[in-house]
Design a protein around this ligand. Structure first.
Ligand code: NAP
Length: 245
């Protein structure tokens, strides 16, 4: 079940907490991996850990040139991309009245525009081969909003319209396009919270724990698989019941 043997995955944000777990789970299912991020040392050690059929590409997604180069180099690695996971993301939080243009622009640029540009490049090969899986990593706050995160919530919310529109355009060509919306996930960032802070979050999660990175990577494996070929334009909410949208 969920066999990804021979499938080629391009994963952005592979050096991050969730990205590493996605890479490991996709590899376990037999996929070939292209790992991208800006931190070369982390990508290389992950690649060493995962072994054969794993390539790394260091890219800055904040520039159009960086994205174009990533798309070109990634396709050259194994000759094609079957699965694209747009996972890279940033935050730059502030209350709305204090939100600087720069923080707005940077977050929209990485979380929304870079994902759109990379997908626009990679989807061409998928259309030719009549097969593809595109996954965007959104967030629960893209659906609920969050004080202090107007830029981040807006970027994650906009991915919903992007996903549904792409899904409609390519549905008849063997390509699915979906979102995963994680809730609060335990990562190095949330590990820094005190127990009291964590408990205040957990009290609002019916499953009574923070999410694990594996909860998100399992969703990626499923949406990438043949078993999910009739699922497109939708959001897989992985949030422990925190928000039943
Ligand atoms: P993370 O550990 O901070 O990782 C973020 C990743 O994005 C890193 O690999 C980083 O690469 C990459 N990235 C950032 N700016 C980049 C740039 N300019 N060019 C290329 N790559 C860039 O975050 P995470 O927790 O794993 O989150 C992964 C995704 O899940 C994000 O989209 C996030 O919004 C979403 N999400 C996370 C949570 C959560 O609780 N953690 C909840 C909801 C949604 P480098 O570090 O190499 O620069």
């Amino acid at each position: 079940m969920f066999d990804l043997n021979g499938k080629v995955v391009l994963l952005t944000g592979a050096s991050g907490g969730i990205g590493k777990s996605i890479a490991k789970k996709m590899k376990k299912q037999g996929a070939k991996l292209i790992l991208s991020g800006t931190r070369q040392n982390i990508l290389e050690s992950l690649s060493l850990e995962l072994g054969d059929d794993t390539k790394t590409i260091v890219t800055d997604l904040s520039t159009k040139e960086g994205i174009a180069t990533l798309a070109q180099e990634a396709e050259a690695c194994f000759g094609q991309i079957d699965i694209l996971i747009n996972n890279a993301g940033i935050t730059a939080d502030n209350l709305f009245l204090r939100m600087k243009d720069e923080d707005w622009d940077n977050v929209i640029n990485i979380n929304l525009s870079a994902s759109m540009r990379l997908t626009r490049q990679i989807i061409k090969g998928m259309l030719k081969r009549k097969f593809g899986r595109i996954i965007f990593i959104s967030s629960v706050v893209g659906y609920t909003g969050n004080p202090g995160q107007t830029n981040y919530s807006a970027s994650k919310s906009a991915l919903v319209g992007l996903t549904k529109s792409i899904a409609l355009e390519v549905a008849a060509r063997g390509i699915t396009c979906n979102l995963i919306a994680p809730g609060f996930i335990s990562t190095p960032m949330t590990d820094k919270l005190t127990d009291e802070q964590k408990n205040r979050i957990i009290v609002n999660i019916p499953v009574n724990r923070l999410g694990r990175v594996e909860d998100i990577s399992s969703g990626c494996v499923f949406l990438s698989s043949n078993e999910a070929s009739f699922i497109t334009g939708t959001t897989l909410h992985i949030n422990g019941g925190m928000s039943m949208i």
